[in-house]
Write a protein that binds this ligand. Structure first.
Ligand code: NAP
Length: 240
């Protein structure tokens, strides 16, 4: 699970561990990674963790190599690591645009390629990309997220392409598109924006990381063995 140190990724990792998976999680900062590893190990989960920037090819390969060394195979890859940068399109600094795209889109490509090579050896695997409804509609109710929306729209195209190209080798690839989920990433939004979201959501509440993790668990399991190339929203009915 990339970005498994906190937020949605941590919840997904917890759900997978409770279901019996052996885990590798990665993130850039130890300050989030180490406590998560410690608390999971204290609960008896089998988990490894590494500092890694998903946009750095060598670091990504090292994580996959260490996963193989620890567990012998990769069954499931969750491309969850993601960032955003808010600026009007005309004022967006190029380096920020590139950082968002490199993390959200290129990072998913790099991990899918490195883990996918291992899956192809065994002709078995499951890749789940965390997109966003912002990749389906442009910026939803908040503004200035062009890079984020573009990267998430890219993830959706990437997901469909991987599903088509690797399906005959028994690798499934799906995307999850969360709506508004309360995490560290959304914690920076103002009260006013938070209220706008809540009012707009048919189920009248923000989603929880658990809401997203439940779908990820389903897509990672054999319960979804005939589902591939799909983008499934977890958004309380917002985008309908
Ligand atoms: P979060 O709380 O900010 O967590 C992001 C995770 O990604 C952290 O573990 C972070 O750790 C890691 N990360 C960021 N950049 C990275 C990089 N370059 N390399 C490796 N790890 C990196 O965010 P979240 O809300 O849980 O979001 C998780 C995913 O869900 C993202 O892809 C996001 O776009 C998507 N999403 C979220 C929402 C929402 O409402 N929360 C809605 C739609 C989609 P470090 O910072 O230490 O690297």
């Amino acid at each position: 699970v990339t970005g498994g140190s906190r937020g949605l990724g941590e919840e997904m990792a917890e759900g997978l561990a409770e279901a019996g998976a052996s885990l590798m999680i990665c993130a850039r900062r130890e300050q989030w990674l180490t406590p998560t590893l410690e608390s999971f190990r204290a609960r008896g989960f089998r988990i490894e963790g590494m500092v890694c920037d998903v946009s750095a090819p060598d670091q990504v390969q090292t994580v996959v190599d260490k996963t193989i060394a620890a567990y012998g195979k990769v069954d499931i890859l969750i491309n969850n690591a993601g960032i955003s940068w808010a600026a009007e399109p005309e004022a967006m600094p190029l380096d920020k645009w590139q950082k968002v795209v490199d993390t959200n889109l290129t990072g998913a490509f790099l991990f899918s390629q490195a883990a996918g090579r291992e899956m192809l050896k065994r002709e078995s695997g499951c890749i789940i990309n965390i997109a966003s409804i912002a990749g389906m509609t442009g910026s939803v109710s908040t503004s200035h997220w062009a890079a984020y929306s573009a990267s998430k729209a890219g993830i959706i195209g990437f997901t469909k392409s991987v599903a088509l190209e690797l399906g005959s080798r028994n690798i499934r690839c799906n995307a999850v598109a969360p709506g508004f989920i309360a995490t560290e990433m959304t914690g920076a939004l103002s009260e006013e924006v938070l209220k706008q979201w809540q009012d707009a959501i048919p189920l009248k509440r923000a989603g929880t990381p658990q809401d997203v993790a439940n779908l990820v668990l389903f897509l990672a399991s054999d319960l979804s063995s005939y589902i591939s190339g799909q983008v499934i929203q977890v958004d309380g009915g917002l985008l309908t």
